[in-house]
Write a protein that binds this ligand. Structure first.
Ligand code: NAD
Length: 335
């Protein structure tokens, strides 16, 4: 069997991983995907999809062996490590899932870093998160500081963020000590179609689109917190563009991959209402909200990759809203 460049996407049944598999296929890679589950809202474009638990070191050794690879030969050209035990604020900020989040994700990363060296993989991409930034720099909603070099002294506001910080250091240590080529990106709120939109693990954009899609004109919808907390949201296509550009570059990171169009949650809801054409009332209720303000600082990515995301939030949100709306309508029809 003669094949092109090979890539493996760990977490390829998840939101970003599933989109990444499709992108790599379009670029001509032979792609293996590994996850506990198949993608929820589409089929996978992967050449080979392995259902398995990456906490198991034996499974990791098996799947990271590239097709046709013999002992001692070079392994996968590219590994994308996106598998993690995660969810939106309702999952990572309540404290109830802390032990699982830390144990499961750290175990996967330990297995992958060790095996990637052992099996002579080309490059490893690791998806860290903006949640690793110190909470003390994100108290002022108008002026959060998420520059890459502001990470220390470390003080993430969740165990999810602490695990991400540990694992980015882990991959960078394997780079220094074993010459493993690594690329570390800190994602900031990635959103788009084919993402979880209900059930408790959904993120703010999908949750808000669902609430707006389910409501009738004039209804009241509930929003966690006072809605004045700020965030930025990056559309999936731009996230993948950043990932691929980082992978092709000489730069290891860590680097932010996020949007720098900061909005309040109330403004995000306003955009979703505008797209839907509905006028709704907002009721602010207590809920897990995370830090007061967060925005991607894109100076470093621009400097190193000569590129940064620039799609307006409203454009991406339109695509997400229409997709979530279709999901909501199809559930209603089935009920
Ligand atoms: P996701 O939850 O949709 O995907 C993660 C996938 O990992 C899931 O499909 C899950 O089944 C899989 N997984 C979990 N434990 C596993 C195990 N033991 N074995 C095999 N597979 C396992 O999340 P996503 O939004 O696609 O995020 C992908 C990566 O990007 C994650 O590492 C996440 O922490 C990081 N990230 C995402 C965002 C975002 O806004 N989506 C922001 C920052 C960082």
């Amino acid at each position: 069997m003669s094949i092109n460049k090979t890539a493996i996407v760990l977490g390829g049944g998840g939101f970003i991983g599933n989109h990444l598999v499709s992108r790599l296929k379009r670029e001509g890679f032979w792609v293996r995907s590994v996850d506990l589950k198949y993608p929820e809202f589409s089929t996978s474009d992967a050449d080979d999809f392995v259902i398995g638990d990456l906490r198991d070191p034996e499974l990791v050794k098996r799947v990271l062996l590239a097709p046709n690879q013999q002992v001692g030969q070079a392994g996968f050209d590219e590994i994308y490590q996106l598998a993690a035990d995660m969810g939106g604020a309702g999952y990572i900020f309540t404290g109830e899932n802390d032990a699982n989040v830390m144990h499961n994700s750290a175990t996967i990363n330990l297995n992958v870093a060790e095996t990637a060296v052992h099996l002579k993989a080309g490059k490893v991409f690791y998806s860290s998160s903006a949640c690793m930034y110190p909470a003390y720099n994100q108290e002022d909603p108008d002026n959060p500081n998420c520059a890459e070099d502001s990470a220390y002294p470390a003080a993430p506001d969740s165990e999810y963020g602490w695990e991400k910080l540990f694992s980015e250091r882990l991959f960078l240590a394997y780079n220094r000590n074993y010459g493993l080529q690594v690329k570390v990106a800190r994602f900031h709120n990635i959103f788009g179609e084919l993402s979880t939109w209900s059930g408790g693990k959904e993120k703010a954009p999908a949750a808000i689109c669902r609430k707006v899609a389910e409501a009738k004109d004039g209804d009241t919808i509930e929003i966690w917190g006072d809605g004045l907390q700020t965030r930025s949201f990056l559309y999936i296509d731009e996230c993948l563009e950043g990932v691929r550009r980082l992978m092709e570059s000489e730069f290891s990171g860590p680097v932010n991959i996020g949007s720098d169009e900061m909005v309040t949650i109330n403004q995000l809801v306003g955009m979703a209402m505008e797209i839907s054409g509905k006028k709704l009332n907002l009721k602010h209720i207590p809920g897990p909200i995370g830090v007061r303000g967060r925005n991607s600082d894109n100076r470093l990515i621009h400097e190193k990759l000569n590129w940064k995301p620039n799609l307006p939030l409203k454009k991406g949100l339109e695509s997400l809203f229409h997709w979530v709306d279709a999901q909501v309508q199809s559930v209603k029809t089935q009920a």
